[in-house]
Design a binder for this molecule. Structure first.
Ligand code: GLC
Ligand code: GLC
Length: 809
């Protein structure tokens, strides 16, 4: 069952009912000001950091779940309704929500009054704009009251929900004509305030939540809306809001437009005040001046659309498979951008108050993002590398506002450093910019500790080399990619973090997954070092690539079962082998070790993929492990704390399904690669939305596996490495367009379902027009600008800007 449809031409998903199984959300803002927006207008806004600069409030574990965000109300002769259905829950005569690229549009109607609300964050200003068009669709005059409201958060989202004894004394606002300024704590240490402006003169306002809602009512039935009134309240201590009321009259078929701006401003210490207790509004007024007219708002939306046109121009596919094209051209790239921007901080499932930017997550996010905005990728790489320690280990997370490592979580995740190699190599292959390697980059953000980024990479690889275990395989530390495989953290105390109680590190627990990573990214580094003429470094790393590969073949493959083992635990026992009662086979090493080509001549990858198909597959993809753990294992950690079939304990973890897809491509198995791709690519499973539940236009972290009573239900949409890796699988695996140090390699691994694929790819200021004709001959021939070529790598010629490529398969 579907709850909407894709509109590919407008690059929108059109939701046709407010009653989606979960809030289906979108992201607004591509620079510093961000908002989450659900299909019922819920969500919240923040500046740069969802924890430290929260502008509007979001109530966790709320009932109903999606009450927050932009509140709009109409009181039309006693019928009270909200144009996006919530919070009023009054049945609407019509409703659609169009989630587009960084904007959302709501259109609805009731009793002859139609509303269209367009929401977006303009490209270069710190504000969210809501343009509201109200139309009388009847032949009679209509008189009604219209309200808009936001609830302010006191900026630090955690403190806002905790520190009541202080916070409930603080609220301060200023009213200046139609603008409500929220200036709590601005008097002392804050240098920032928020404002909520309306382009029409309001007939009343409120800034006290209690006055507006009344003491016993919720947001669904504010007393002021019921009574068609405002209290013109000035809040002094309790909950600050911004609310405008308008008494409107629309002639038959007349429309009126009101623009609302929710903005954020920072002032330097010496420019905070206009006069005693009166805040300096110069910057706010400049934003208001710019967007108070419909013309300018429309232009700003148009600029945003053009911005996206420009970004998506870098990679565009036209094939005979529409569902594939819409992932490739629109939604997968869009998700990559938002995941890059948010890391794992703010979604409907990531609270924005916990994790900031993750080291491993952000490095991986770059893989699918770097072709979109290479400059931002470059900045991010340096930010990430700056939280590394001198021994190569890294902080696991950092806060986006401060860019400093998060000491609460600390370090010790032994896969982390290797992801820096992955991200940097991907950046250089895309851009050719090897100069990034010379950038002096600090350790732990300490001035004076700088070494080149190149040194950071070498130190990262040496960190694995310095931390090998008894079988010559990498030690796992607190966890590797699988945060829940905690082989050195024996947690018995409730409430304790499974990953930070490092209480049993015997320097024995080893990870076959990290071995796969080291071999894959070690080889890439060797190629890079050779490319730069750094022969000694290349030789040094190659030596360890070889020895770790050998160790993996010897100790990391289960020859009885026919797949790669997962790990050795703190007692030296095998994890993920046929000897185990449960958790016999894990997906991660099958994907990564095969991608790395470990034991390729011995056919290990092929065997591992066959075993994955046999034991891990369900209708929605490949499950993370099989069979799931049915009881808690102290020596394995969090993985065994989840119910069977859920999360890391045997769900389809969308993040690592593409590793298998890429592994199939590595082995030339085109049909298997596409079959797996389709099982969880959002557009291919849209018609199962009532089971899948999360948004049908983006990936979720997981889909519950066969052992779960919720089989097929997805969880934790949007901020997941599934976005980046699915894009890599689609672009570099299936379509086979692979940036290399010297040029662009084209080596598709296409299922027979594809007939002809045309691809436009911008690459280092050149444009490639690639036409793949898939006759399934098994032989690839390549013609570049009319000349036949023997290799699949197209080297760039500095005199040629346009490459017209014909690939016959
Ligand atoms: C989550 C984390 C990611 C981790 C994965 C597997 O997606 O964000 O860092 O690798 O879970 O545990
Ligand atoms: C839990 C989750 C995992 C996530 C981690 C983040 O372990 O299961 O997916 O990566 O928390 O700390």
């Amino acid at each position: 069952m579907k709850f909407g449809h894709f509109d590919d031409k407008s690059r929108e998903y059109v939701i046709e009912t407010p009653h989606t199984p979960l809030p289906w959300i979108n992201y607004l803002g591509v620079n510093d000001f961000h908002s989450l927006i659900s299909n019922t207008c819920g969500g919240y806004s923040f500046y740069k950091d969802a924890k430290l600069r929260r502008i509007t409030r979001y109530r966790y574990n709320n009932v109903p779940r999606d009450i927050s965000g932009r509140f709009f109300y109409i009181n039309d002769k006693g019928t009270i309704w909200s144009p996006a259905y919530l919070p009023c829950k009054t049945a609407l005569d019509s409703y659609t929500c169009r989630h587009g690229l960084s904007y959302s549009i709501f259109e609805s109607s009731k009793n002859g009054l139609a509303l269209k609300i367009t929401c977006f964050v303009p490209l270069n200003d710190n504000c969210e704009i809501n343009k509201v068009e109200l139309t009388n669709t009847t032949g009679r005059e209509k008189k009604f009251s219209f309200y808009s409201a936001v609830e302010f958060c006191l900026y630090n989202a955690i403190d806002d929900a905790n520190n009541y004894q202080r916070n409930l004394n603080l609220a301060e606002v200023e009213i200046d004509n139609n603008t409500i300024y929220h200036k709590t704590e601005y008097r002392e240490r804050r240098n920032h305030y928020a404002f909520y402006y309306s382009s029409r003169k309001h007939d009343g306002f409120d800034t006290s939540r209690d006055e507006f809602l009344g003491l016993e009512n919720g947001w669904d039935q504010p007393v002021c809306v019921l009574k068609k009134t405002s209290k013109d309240s000035i809040v002094h201590d309790y909950y600050p809001i911004g609310c405008h009321r308008f008494e409107l009259t629309l002639k038959p078929h007349e429309s009126k437009t009101i623009i609302f701006i929710l903005g954020y401003v920072e002032n330097p210490e010496d420019k905070k005040w206009e006069s005693k207790d009166v805040i300096n509004k110069v910057k706010a007024k400049a934003i208001i001046e710019k967007y108070k007219s419909v013309k300018n708002v429309d232009k700003a939306l148009n600029d945003l659309k053009k911005y996206w046109d420009g970004l998506l121009d870098a990679f565009n596919v036209k094939s005979n498979i529409v569902k594939f094209d819409r992932m490739a051209n629109i939604w997968n790239q869009y998700q990559c951008m938002n995941t890059y921007l948010m890391s794992r901080s703010a979604s409907y499932y990531e609270t924005g108050t916990g994790r900031g930017m993750g080291f491993r997550d952000s490095c991986q996010d770059l893989l699918g993002f770097v072709h979109l905005i290479p400059d931002k990728a470059k900045e991010r790489i340096i930010d990430i590398a700056s939280i590394q320690f001198t021994d190569g280990s890294t902080y696991h997370q950092y806060q986006p506002l401060t860019k400093c490592g998060n000491a609460d979580v600390g370090s010790g995740f032994n896969d982390d450093p290797l992801w820096l190699v992955a991200a940097t190599v991907a950046y250089i292959k895309e851009t050719g910019d090897t100069k990034i390697l010379d950038i002096p980059t600090p350790f732990d953000n300490k001035k004076g500790s700088e070494k080149s980024l190149y040194d950071h990479l070498l130190i990262s690889l040496n960190h694995t080399i310095d931390n090998l275990g008894p079988h010559g395989l990498p030690l796992i530390g607190r966890a590797d990619w699988n945060d829940c495989l905690n082989l050195n953290c024996f947690s018995k105390t409730d409430g304790e973090s499974f990953q930070t109680v490092e209480n049993n590190d015997t320097h024995i627990a080893e990870s076959v997954f990290i071995a796969g990573m080291f071999v894959k990214y070690g080889k890439e580094f060797v190629e890079l070092a050779n490319h730069l003429g750094k022969k000694d470094d290349a030789k040094h790393i190659q030596e360890y690539v070889d020895s770790i590969e050998k160790a993996t073949i010897k100790y990391g493959f289960d020859y009885d079962g026919g797949w790669f083992k997962r790990a050795y635990d703190a007692y030296g026992h095998e994890v993920g082998s046929s000897k185990c009662e449960e958790g016999k086979i894990f997906i991660e090493p099958q994907g990564f070790c095969t991608m790395a080509g470990i034991g390729k001549d011995l056919g290990l990858g092929k065997k591992a993929l066959e075993a994955s198909k046999k034991y891990l597959y369900d209708d929605w993809g490949a499950e993370l492990l099989n069979p799931p753990y049915s009881s808690y294992h102290l020596e394995l950690g969090e993985i065994s704390s989840y119910p069977e079939g859920v999360k890391e304990n045997g769900a389809v973890f969308n993040h690592n399904n593409p590793w298998l897809t890429l592994a199939f491509c590595e082995e030339g198995e085109a049909e298997d690669a596409f079959d797996l791709y389709k099982r969880n690519a959002p557009s291919f499973i849209e018609d199962k939305s009532e089971i899948h539940k999360t948004e049908p236009y983006v990936y979720s972290q997981m889909i519950a596996g066969r052992y779960s009573p919720c089989y097929g239900q997805a969880k934790n949409s949007w901020l997941t490495g599934s976005a980046t890796w699915s894009f890599v699988a689609l672009s570099e695996g299936i379509l086979g367009i692979k940036p290399q140090f010297d040029g662009l390699e084209i080596k598709p691994c296409l299922s027979k379902e594809f007939k002809e694929v045309k691809i436009k790819r911008k690459f280092r200021n050149c444009s490639f027009d690639i036409d793949i004709i898939n006759k399934g001959t098994g032989n690839e021939t390549l013609t570049v600008n009319g000349k036949k070529q023997t290799s699949s790598l197209i080297k760039l010629d500095k005199d040629v800007k346009n490459y017209s490529v014909i690939v016959n398969l």
